[in-house]
Write a protein that binds this ligand. Structure first.
Ligand code: PMP
Length: 388
């Protein structure tokens, strides 16, 4: 019998599927495709990290861990954050090991938002942010960054969007998709807006280790900002562990306690073997990250130079592994550019508007692919642009 009504909740029915996935589906059945579309490292997880998971299984560690994660892992996270970010968190009450940074963002929003509360979402950004705000019952207020500011948000842009209902600023630096990274001084200005308006900063720092030219500063490390910062990070990008689904969140005790209640009921704990793997990754000092960073830097320099030379202007991204060239000179929209490039040259890039309306006129190219593939991709993109 056919059902007359949809059982789906309205807010779920209205949710649009991710613009990235939609685009990947178009490559199904195609051969010879080079993808600059993926948002994950092309490296395999370092062997010592994989081996630690295998050993944990051999040792029979197959039960749940504590809800907040293995105590030893939380201790290593606290040490890592202290050494790298110069911020101290208690492993007992201020850290949760999560199922990726994704879960951390989700439970942070669910923990802090009452229905109708607003979150300033700095765009262009990772595709999950606005939908997660909506699913948490909040309202995503988009703060559009400008190309002339290299997609770095300004205090004025944030200030203009603040209302009585604003609860938090959701921000990611270095950014996906633009690669833009705020300087310490620029971060202080954002933090000042948060302080003046008594807002939280939900800071997605998943790319903190993939920074190429400058030193990294965490929002939590700024003067007088730790207590209003929820620091989200994880293992997916720098340890090439996307499929393990492991992340973490650090924050003030009250907020972490609230988040832990949601995590405890919805998730229970992150995968035990993944936690053992992550523990090894931290204990061994993320030793492979240095080599990966070097390799990404080389590839970034190559792709940025190539894109600029073929007339697709592209600032030098300071972190993450994305470039965000402007394609307006081709006369094509982002979507047309990406679709035609795929059809004629079999190269996948993601239309910039998949990351918010302000991304129109741009495409995201990930350089987390081998140098040989990147070189071939650039030859094809140049041919495509020259033939337009
Ligand atoms: N934040 C950003 C900015 C990302 O780009 C991604 C992954 N593409 C995530 C969070 C999700 O990370 P995880 O795999 O840890 O859930």
């Amino acid at each position: 019998m056919e059902l007359k009504t949809s059982y789906l909740a309205k807010h779920v029915r209205n949710l649009q599927p991710s613009g990235i996935r939609k685009f990947f589906d178009a490559t199904a059945g195609m051969t010879g495709v080079i993808s600059l579309g993926v948002g994950e490292p092309d490296f395999v997880t370092p062997w010592n990290v994989r081996e630690a998971a295998i050993l944990s299984l051999e040792d029979g560690y197959t039960s749940y861990t504590a809800n907040a994660g293995l105590p030893a892992l939380r201790e290593e996270i606290a040490k890592y954050i202290e050494n790298y970010f110069c911020v101290t968190y208690s492993p007992d009450s201020e850290i949760i090991v999560t199922v990726g940074a994704s879960e951390a963002i989700d439970i942070a929003l669910r923990a802090i938002l009452d229905p109708g509360d607003e979150v300033l979402v700095v765009e262009p950004c990772f595709v999950s942010y606005a939908p997660l705000v909506t699913l948490a019952g909040g309202v995503a207020v988009i703060v559009q960054t400008k190309r002339e500011n290299e997609f770095k948000v300004t205090a004025e842009e944030l200030e203009e969007a603040v209302t009585d209902r604003t609860k938090a600023i959701l921000i990611c630096s270095p950014n996906n998709p633009t690669g833009a990274m705020l300087s310490k001084n620029e971060m202080e200005k954002v933090a000042a807006v948060a302080k003046d308006n008594d807002l939280l900063i939900l800071s997605d720092e998943i790319y903190a280790e993939l920074v190429y030219d400058e030193l990294y500063t965490s929002f939590a490390a700024l003067d007088d900002t730790r207590e209003r910062t929820i620091l989200v990070s994880g293992f997916s990008k720098d340890l090439a562990m996307t499929g393990w689904r492991l992340g973490f969140v650090c924050g003030p005790e009250e907020i972490i306690k609230g988040m832990l209640k949601i995590h405890q009921y919805a998730i229970m704990c992150a995968s035990t073997m993944a936690q053992y793997a992550g523990l090894e990754g931290l204990k061994s000092g993320r030793k492979d990250v240095k080599e990966m960073r070097k390799s990404y830097r080389q590839r970034r320099n190559f792709i940025v130079q190539s894109l600029n030379e073929m007339g697709l202007p592209c600032p030098n991204p300071e972190g993450a592994f994305y470039t965000f060239p402007c394609v307006e000179s081709t006369g094509l929209s982002s979507e047309e550019f990406a679709t035609k490039l795929l059809q004629t040259e079999k190269v996948v890039v993601v239309p910039g508007n998949a990351f918010g309306a302000g991304g129109e006129g741009f495409v995201r190219c990930s350089y987390a692919t081998s140098m040989a593939q990147l070189q071939e991709a650039m030859t094809r993109v140049k041919r495509f642009v020259d033939n337009l």
